[in-house]
Design a protein around this ligand. Structure first.
Ligand SMILES: Cc1cc2nc3c(=O)[nH]c(=O)nc-3n(C[C@H](O)[C@H](O)[C@H](O)COP(=O)(O)OP(=O)(O)OC[C@H]3O[C@@H](n4cnc5c(N)ncnc54)[C@H](O)[C@@H]3O)c2cc1C
Length: 293
């Protein structure tokens, strides 16, 4: 099933993002999470591509297993980091061979130790180039997503230039956008408004990460350039030592965000689950209770 065909068909699209586990224990946690979340009938799940392509085989295996065994439409993440055209073509062929119909085409972050992204010889410098390459090789056999940054990408804080670059990905052929995580819905609504004004009409799915661990989210937001509103951060900071309280605050914030986003016209929500199920389950239960899911 191509994800683009779900928009407009189902009322709202809920999806979950996972990463390929690194250890046996991580594998067991993910299995439990998949089991726990499968009965929430996500429209699709996605599997990340580790930094520098480090999880290439595990991403392909997991995305294919989720689709075959769990019978959930799955989307593979794919980055340009460290791979030339021939290597990317081989990954795409494997994905297509496994029956995967959905790919999110990404540039990826510069490898550790590098401050600027540099394309490898015969590789790609931007996600738009990867998108063009996929469209040339696979036509519309694949549904393609791209990343969007409501607060601007870390390397391009000029929101107008960043939006023009998003426009390049759309022109190259992405079918929908999934956003970077954010905690202030106004940045999403403003982003959608600016995208529409720039002539971008494809669906823009907000990416939401329920906070379950403060130190972890502080690290992540620093890396991806998302900001935590000051008052919310202060509230979390007061509860720093109390894991249960942090989880409760994270779930409350994410639930309120989802309610407001869906009421404000978002086509669905993509949950960054970090391979854990409790927070996402609680949020979706609340959305169901308010008839938003
Ligand atoms: C939903 C989502 C999923 C993600 N999944 C993964 C994952 O699985 N694995 C992983 O490693 N990373 C992942 N990332 C992180 C992503 O790889 C990084 O944010 C990366 O730095 C940018 O990737 P991109 O595809 O947005 O790049 P691009 O769209 O290529 O943009 C990168 C930068 O270049 C600028 N730019 C684009 N085109 C041009 C141009 N023609 N001229 C000048 N500047 C230009 C943009 O403004 C931006 O600053 C994900 C991010 C999101 C939001």
């Amino acid at each position: 099933m191509k994800i683009k065909n779900l928009f407009g068909q189902q009322r709202r699209i809920f999806s979950f993002e996972f990463f390929p586990p690194k250890s046996e224990a991580g594998g067991a946690t993910l299995e439990k999470t998949l089991h726990d979340l499968a009965d929430l009938s996500p429209a699709f799940v996605s599997v990340t591509y580790g930094a520098g392509g480090s999880t290439r085989d595990r991403t392909i295996e997991l995305v294919s297993r989720i689709q075959k065994v769990h019978q959930i439409t799955a989307m593979a993440h794919l980055t340009c980091v460290g791979s030339n055209r021939t290597e990317i073509a081989a990954v795409l062929d494997r994905l297509v061979g496994e029956g995967i119909e959905n790919v999110i085409a990404l540039r990826g972050d510069p490898p550790a130790g590098q401050t600027h992204f540099e394309a490898v010889a015969d590789g790609f410098a931007y996600a738009s180039e990867l998108t063009t390459f996929i469209r040339e090789r696979h036509g519309h056999d694949l549904c393609l997503a791209g990343a969007g940054y409501p607060e601007g990408h870390l390397e391009c804080r000029d929101l107008t230039a960043d939006m023009a670059n998003l426009g390049r990905k759309v022109a190259a052929g992405i079918d929908f956008i999934v956003t970077q995580l954010f905690f202030d819905n106004q940045v999403y609504f403003d982003f959608v408004k600016r995208a529409r004004a720039a002539g971008i009409t494809i669906p823009i799915v907000p990416g939401i990460m329920p906070i379950t661990n403060l130190a972890q989210i502080e690290r992540m937001t620093k890396m991806c350039g998302a900001s935590i509103p000051t008052s919310f951060h202060a509230e979390l900071d007061r509860q720093r030592a109390d894991a249960t309280a942090v989880l409760a605050l994270g779930v409350a914030q994410a639930t309120a965000q989802c309610v407001d986003l869906l009421r404000g016209g978002a086509p669905g929500v993509h949950f960054y689950t970090l391979n854990q199920s409790p927070a996402t389950r609680m949020i979706l239960a609340a959305l169901k209770a308010t008839h938003l899911a």
